[in-house]
Design a binder for this molecule. Structure first.
Ligand code: XMP
Length: 513
């Protein structure tokens, strides 16, 4: 295992991903709890992340001194490298020459960190820098192995102690050789085996689930999404009929989605599934409600009520399974400590555990989204299912700004299905992170054939993103948009105008409500 100590960089999670992609398990801990984690995990190597602080500040964060004396290899990145330097007796200071963005590192020394990647002394390589401080004096025993224009100590090493510092970010894609350097660190320097594979994870997870659950009963709420589906299939493989799945059908799903989920579980996997058609309850409760937060709250509350009732009627269970992922679990490093503003009250079946007082089974807690997809494939889930775009818990209700009705939802479902069909046909589905149609509460005048129309406007949205936190609108070819718009207007009764949303996030959000 590799331990990653987080100093609050925006890209710490990427370090963990790159290490895992190299076939080695890694865990992130905030610097405040790093010492405890270090003794518990007993890692084969430690990576110190970047962060916004400056080592020149008196109270800037430090790595536990114990790790420097434990004899395990250490790699410091950006801020992590500054603190490695300072804590080992070197010197760093603020610099007038900030390096930000693309830079080039020239190799000046041989190192196992560069093996097979940057072997040639004098060769220059593109990297991504982002820092204000710089090292002015290396600690004793350290040698420079790479320089950049503004950083005479862009990379340095103490080969005897197996401690390395790099001023650039090897974890981001803008450092083209970064993944290989990280792989060198975990394999050649730390001696980790290449054993973090999904087949390995699957076998291990099944054993853990069996140990935790014994012969007791588990219920799992399915949402139709990838995370809860993979959770259910994995648990079913571990404990078979002790698992019951509950699918609360809110009537707010996309076209044919509920049928697909039900048939996938009942027919393909033979997993017991209770399909609760609660559409009447949801749509009635939402009638006349147009405030986005109010709509979200109503839906979140109803999900829990319906799920609870259903769980009771099947005789309850001892465990509740959840598709919690690693990014939800990582304790983030906060320097301000202040409360952040709620933009939207997100809901998943996530509010359940507090209410239901059941022990949780969360087999995906260690995984990133792309790893869950890989596990889904490993478990034989159909690849188009595994690769599906994210879909929000409140479903189509938040894609119908204003009040909703069955009729509006039907119109939206048809437009959305046509739009996605065109995206798939154009081979763009996997390039786009999320795409959907929105039905606006606006009527406009149009002309079709010889007649006047007065119907709704449909907005199309498509974004690229890495994690949904920020997003750019997708730059479609106009011919594509024209084709999708024409089909929607011709085929969907109730829509006579289509517009495309060219807002990125920020300032917009991905969903309209
Ligand atoms: P926003 O609209 O906040 O969305 O930019 C970011 C991502 O989150 C999804 N989303 C939700 N997912 N429950 C969820 O599970 C929710 O209540 C929810 N609201 C938004 C959204 O689809 C996008 O992928």
């Amino acid at each position: 295992k590799i331990l990653i100590i987080d100093f609050g960089s925006q890209v710490t999670q990427l370090i963990a991903r790159r290490v895992r992609e190299a076939g080695v398990y890694s865990e992130i801990v905030p610097f405040q709890s790093a010492e405890k984690a270090f003794h518990e995990i007993k890692p084969k190597g430690v990576i110190l992340s970047g962060g916004p602080a400056s080592t020149a500040d008196i109270d800037s964060p430090r790595a536990p001194q114990a790790i420097f004396e434990a004899g395990v290899p250490i790699l410091g990145i950006c801020y992590g490298q500054m603190t490695l330097c300072v804590q080992s007796g070197g010197k760093a200071e603020g610099s007038d020459h900030r390096e930000f963005g693309r830079a080039y590192v020239e190799v000046v020394g041989k190192s196992p960190l560069f093996q097979g990647v940057w072997d040639k002394i004098g060769s220059r390589h593109e990297v991504w820098m982002s820092h204000g401080d710089r090292v002015v004096k290396l600690p004793k025993g350290f040698e420079v192995i790479g320089v950049s224009e503004n950083a005479p100590f862009a990379a340095y090493a103490n080969e005897e102690k197996r401690q390395y510092g790099v001023m650039f970010h090897p974890e981001v894609v803008h450092t083209p050789d970064g993944a290989k350097l990280l792989s060198n660190f975990v394999h050649h320097i730390c001696g980790c085996a290449n054993d973090w594979t999904m087949a390995h994870f699957r076998a291990d997870a099944i054993k853990k689930i069996r140990d935790q659950v014994g012969d007791k009963k588990v219920i799992c709420g399915l949402s139709g999404g990838v995370d809860s589906s993979v959770t259910a299939v994995l648990i079913h493989e571990a404990i078979g009929e002790q698992l019951t799945c509950i699918y609360v059908d809110s009537g707010l799903m996309r076209l044919n989605e509920s049928e697909q989920v039900v048939s996938l579980f009942r027919e393909h996997y033979n997993i017991p599934l209770v399909h609760v058609d609660a559409s009447e309850i949801f749509i009635t409760a939402l009638e006349g409600q147009s405030d986005p937060e109010r709509k979200r709250k109503i839906i979140g509350g109803l999900f829990i009520d319906v799920f609870e009732d259903e769980a009771e009627s099947i005789g309850g269970a001892d465990f509740l399974a959840q598709g919690t992922l690693y990014p939800d679990v990582i304790e983030s490093v906060s320097f301000t400590g202040g409360p952040s503003v709620t933009i939207k009250s997100h809901h998943n079946v996530g509010g359940l555990p507090e209410r239901m007082n059941m022990e949780l089974v969360e087999p995906l807690r260690e995984l990133f989204k792309d790893e869950v997809r890989a596990l889904g494939r490993e478990l034989g889930l159909p690849s188009d299912f595994v690769g599906r775009h994210p879909f929000p818990g409140p479903g189509l209700a938040i894609r119908c700004p204003g009040g909703i009705s069955r009729e509006k939802l039907d119109i939206l479902r048809q437009a959305d299905a046509i739009y996605l069909d065109e995206i798939r046909k154009a081979g763009l589905y996997d390039v786009i992170w999320q795409a959907f149609a929105v039905l606006l509460p606006v009527q406009t005048v149009g002309v079709m054939g010889d007649g006047r129309t007065y119907e709704s406007v449909c907005a199309l949205r498509a974004v690229t993103s890495v994690d949904g936190m920020t997003a750019d609108f997708y730059h479609f070819d106009m011919n594509f948009l024209s084709k999708a718009a024409t089909r929607i207007i011709n085929e969907v009764k109730g829509i006579n105008r289509v517009v495309y949303d060219v807002t990125s996030k920020p300032p917009g959000t991905i969903e309209w409500e």
